[in-house]
Each structure stands twice: as structure tokens, then as C-alpha cells.
Design a binder for this molecule. Structure first.
Ligand SMILES: Cc1cc2nc3c(=O)[nH]c(=O)nc-3n(C[C@H](O)[C@H](O)[C@H](O)COP(=O)(O)OP(=O)(O)OC[C@H]3O[C@@H](n4cnc5c(N)ncnc54)[C@H](O)[C@@H]3O)c2cc1C
Length: 496
């Protein structure tokens, strides 16, 4: 199969891949994005958003290269067409591993700074699809609009796969008075009217990471006891749908900076937007739930594959931290100091533990009724809890290995300045490297761990896929301890 792809990958008539240029052009669709209070004529007009779009576009172009075609594309078993691997539904262990390799690839493309690269949102759609029998058994609460949830989900997955759709997904509501149920209820997405062929919704979603730089948004509400039926809505819409307003946070990257000074932040960012739905029409075929509170409870389950993506990305990033640490030891000549070796060992421990959580969740994956293979939830949750608990410590440790070098960075123009450059060259060489080479790794580590963008990424890691209290809550309620309790009772001779 892959041999055929290699021979005629680009020209085959059934090749449904998009190029980077196709992707960029598709974002010029009249979407409404505000940055710094100003409406952009085109999303690409903002340099930071545009640089981020360039990275995403390069992932599309990589599909046509010898180096990346196998990891990024697949021949769809149903349609026999060559499609992006992002929408692959893993049904065997081998497919799960192939799909994970795509996560590793998209992570490396951004050094883990994009939590929502092109292959994240498809994992949510696939997760919804994995539960389609439950959706099939549920009905709309509105007589005037009776969508077929299951058919809509399956069609959406096919549409996403065949059109290389990228998407944001947002569950969380905007931050307001958490002590007031009324305040939170007021911002929930809710159905305001039913029309022939669909419904109108108003409300807001936050935070919609990458929404401005993507095709679609998948939306729902986090349910709570007593969520009114009009707020029990789940669906997907194009970002340029009339009435969707994206209000962006301030940009944090440094597009246009010299590659030496800011090797990472010069490449833009995935930005986060408040997504306002102002009387937006949702066509019937884009509705996955309408009025059923019990379907909102599925949000934890359908995000299993997204959480596997999150953990895999962190595992890949942890290995980058190890690589950074080793280079620092090399260029500073500190690798012979036992205390320094111990710090690097902590980075290695972190990376190895995350990797083992990913692998074990895959080994213990179970088939859903739909045939899709689901990584083990408890291992994912425990791994994610470990990953975010130690993330700040790992960043701190890597920074400590760097010492003053992480701050005493002077920039390319200082090294090239005839008055001071020769002093810098004389005073700052490392072990076997020039001062400039030493600064290069420090610049990279600064971008990754100390920059404004790095701070956003750290915050993102901590809360985007549930903060620690929610993960502990999940472990408490979802991890079955019966067998363990039974063993203890047996060994200790306890009966109750
Ligand atoms: C950079 C970034 C990107 C994000 N991207 C997305 C996205 O793309 N899609 C999406 O759906 N969401 C996204 N999120 C939102 C994320 O899901 C929420 O931040 C998270 O669920 C926490 O909710 P909150 O921020 O509204 O916290 P709040 O409810 O405002 O609470 C503030 C803090 O109070 C504490 N707290 C509140 N309630 C409890 C409780 N019951 N138990 C213990 N502690 C509590 C926690 O420390 C919490 O962080 C993103 C967040 C960030 C920061």
C-alpha cells in the first residue's frame, strides 16, 4: 500500500491531501478576528498569527515529502483515498502506534509549543465517533428540529478526513463569578430559537486555542446538575459562520526576530481566543446533541484520544528538555559535577516516566464497540497528573543547569558589533564552542522555558486538559480498587 503511495503520491486522482498553500488560502474566508481591539481584514495580517499559520502550513507541505509522507498520510481503508493521518481511527495496535508517531511529528514541528496542532481536534471528533452507539440512542428535545446525531457525527468525521479539516475545540465557559451559578449560566452556549433546518445559538466559549488559525470549532458546554435543555448542545461550525466573533488575547511570540536571538518564538504561536456566538445558525447536519443532558456527561470519555495526544506531546517535549540539558552540560563543562549529573537525571526520570505512561496506556488499550482502540484512561489520567505536577520543577531544573547564561544573552548584533563583539568572543566561550554558539542553546532554552510564550505554554499545560484537582477527582472516581482491596483483605485476613 505505502509503496503505491510512494510512486504516485501526489498525482493520484484519489489523493485528497491539501498543500500548505491550500490551507492558507482556506483561512482567508471573512472570519471575524479581533486583536488588540482591532478587527483584522485577514487573519494572516497579524504577524504572530501568520507565523503560526506558516508552521501549520508546513505540516501540510510535509505530506508531499519523502521524509514525512508515511508519518503524515494514510490510505483510508474505507474510501481507498490518500488522506491526512490526522483523522485516522486507530483500530489495531499497529495503527495506534502509527497515529502516535504523527503526534510525535507535530510536537517536534513546534517544539511542543502548540497544544492544538492540526492533529489534535480530529482526536476529539474520533472520540465522539467512538461513542456513536450512545448518540444513536438519543433524541432531540426539540420537536421543530430532529437531527440524527449519529449520522451527523459519522458524516463530520468523513468530511474532516476528506477535506483535511483543522479545528479548535472548546468546552470551557468564559471566566466570571464562579460563586454565582447565574453568572456562569448566562455565558453558556444555548439555543435561542429553532428554525427549519437548524437552530440559532448564543453565548460564548473560552478558551478557544488556535481558533483563529483553523477551519472549524467544535463546541459544547461542560454540563452540571440541572443544565437546562437549551444549553445541552454539541456541534461543529466553520469559524467564518455568521455571528462567530473571535476576540484574541495579546500575542506573545516574536515573529520577525533574528533566528539566532529567538529560534523558537520567532516562529509565531497558536493564539487563544474568546469565541462569542452571537445568534449563530447551526445547520441540522452539524448538531451532535440537542437538549439531552446525559450526552454532556460524555465529554470526559470522548476526550480520551485527545488526552493521549496531550500526554504524548508532553513526553516528546520532556525528551527535548533532556536534550537541552545535555547540551548545556556539554557547552558549560559541568557534566563532571555529581550534583549537576543528578539534576540531569531528574530530567531523564521525567521523560522516561512520561514515555512509559504513553506506552502502557497503548498496551492496555481496549476496543470500543465501534472497533476503535482506546488507550487506557486511568493510565492517561495518572500520567497527565504526574506530567503537570512536575512540569514547573523540570523547567526550574533545566533553567538551573543553565546558570547565568539563560539571562546573560546579548543577541547577534552585539556579537557582530566591532566595538564589543571581540570582547564577548574572548570572554564567553564554552567548552569546545564559541560564546556565540553557547548563547545559541541558551536562546533556545529561554524561548522554551522563560519567554512570554513559554509562560503561556506552561499555563496551558497546567490547565488546558483539566487542572490537577479534576484529574485527582477522576482517578478517585474512575479507578477500580476492588481487586486491590480484595488482595489486602485476603493477606491481612480482614473481613467486613
Ligand atoms: C492557555 C490556555 C488554553 C486553553 N485552551 C482551551 C481550549 O482550547 N479549549 C477548552 O475547552 N479549554 C481551554 N482552556 C481552558 C481550560 O480548560 C480551563 O482553564 C480549565 O478548565 C480551568 O477552568 P478555568 O480557567 O475557568 O478556572 P476557574 O473556574 O476560573 O478557576 C480558577 C482556579 O480556581 C481553582 N478551582 C476552581 N474550581 C475548583 C474546584 N472545583 N476544585 C479545585 N480547584 C478549583 C483552580 O485552581 C482554577 O485554576 C485553556 C486554558 C488556558 C490557560
Amino acid at each position: 500500500m505505502m509503496e503505491n503511495m510512494r510512486r504516485s503520491h501526489v498525482t493520484e486522482p484519489d489523493c485528497l491531501l491539501k498543500t500548505g498553500q491550500d490551507f492558507k488560502a482556506s483561512l482567508d474566508d471573512g472570519r471575524k478576528v479581533w486583536v488588540g481591539g482591532k478587527l483584522l481584514a485577514r487573519v494572516a495580517d497579524n504577524p504572530a498569527l501568520n507565523a503560526g499559520i506558516d508552521i501549520l502550513a508546513s505540516m501540510f507541505d510535509d505530506q508531499f515529502t519523502d521524509e514525512f509522507r508515511d508519518v503524515t498520510t494514510v490510505r483510508d481503508p474505507a474510501s481507498k483515498k490518500i488522506v491526512t493521518r490526522a483523522w485516522q481511527e486507530p483500530k489495531t495496535y499497529g495503527e495506534l502506534i502509527e497515529r502516535r508517531k504523527l503526534i510525535e511529528y507535530t510536537t517536534l514541528k513546534t517544539a511542543g509549543t502548540f497544544g492544538r496542532p492540526i492533529d489534535l481536534a480530529p482526536t476529539i471528533a474520533i472520540g465522539i465517533g467512538a461513542h456513536v452507539p450512545i448518540f444513536r440512542s438519543r433524541r432531540s428535545a426539540y420537536d421543530g428540529c430532529r437531527p440524527d446525531f449519529a449520522e451527523n457525527i459519522l458524516r463530520y468525521i468523513e468530511y474532516g478526513r476528506e477535506n483535511s479539516i483543522t479545528a479548535a475545540e472548546s468546552l470551557t465557559g468564559p471566566q466570571n463569578d464562579r460563586s454565582s451559578p447565574m453568572a456562569q449560566a448566562a455565558s453558556l452556549l444555548r439555543v435561542t430559537s429553532v428554525e427549519s433546518g437548524g437552530v440559532r445559538i448564543s453565548g460564548a466559549k473560552s478558551v478557544g486555542s488556535i481558533a483563529a488559525q483553523t477551519h472549524e470549532v467544535m463546541f459544547t458546554n461542560l454540563g452540571y446538575k440541572g443544565t437546562p435543555p437549551e444549553a445541552c448542545i454539541w456541534g461543529a461550525l466553520p469559524i467564518n459562520a455568521e455571528g462567530i466573533k473571535l476576540v484574541s488575547r495579546e500575542m506573545l511570540s516574536q515573529p520577525g526576530a533574528d533566528p539566532f536571538d529567538h529560534p523558537l518564538t520567532r516562529r509565531g504561536e497558536e493564539a487563544d481566543q474568546l469565541i462569542i456566538f452571537d445568534n449563530v445558525f447551526v445547520p441540522k447536519d452539524r448538531i451532535f446533541n440537542l437538549g439531552d443532558p446525559s450526552l454532556l456527561e460524555l465529554s470526559g470519555k470522548v476526550t480520551t484520544w485527545a488526552h493521549w495526544h496531550v500526554l504524548t506531546r508532553l513526553a516528546v517535549k520532556a525528551e527535548l528538555f533532556v536534550g537541552c540539558g545535555q547540551i548545556v552540560l556539554d557547552v558549560l563543562g559541568t557534566g563532571q559535577i555529581p550534583a549537576v549529573q543528578a539534576m540531569l537525571a531528574e530530567l531523564i526520570e521525567y521523560a522516561q516516566v512520561l514515555k512509559s505512561f504513553v506506552i502502557s496506556a497503548e498496551v492496555q488499550a481496549r476496543h470500543m464497540e465501534t472497533g476503535i482502540l482506546a488507550p487506557d484512561t486511568n493510565l492517561l489520567t495518572a500520567g497527565r497528573l504526574y506530567s503537570i505536577r512536575y512540569y514547573p520543577h523540570i523547567i526550574h531544573t533545566l533553567q538551573e543547569l543553565c546558570g547565568q547564561g539563560l539571562v546573560m544573552r546579548f543577541g547577534k548584533s552585539a556579537f557582530e558589533n566591532p566595538d564589543i563583539g571581540h570582547h564577548l568572543a574572548e570572554l564567553l566561550p564554552g567548552r569546545g564552542v564559541s560564546g556565540m554558539q553557547k548563547e545559541q542553546i541558551m536562546n533556545f532554552i529561554w524561548d522554551m522555558t522563560g519567554s512570554a510564550l513559554a509562560n503561556r505554554v506552561a499555563l496551558f499545560e497546567n490547565v488546558n486538559a483539566s487542572p490537577a484537582p479534576r484529574l485527582r477527582d477522576r482517578l478517585f472516581h474512575e479507578f477500580n480498587r476492588d481487586e486491590m482491596v480484595g488482595k489486602v483483605k485476603k493477606i491481612a485476613g480482614i473481613e467486613y
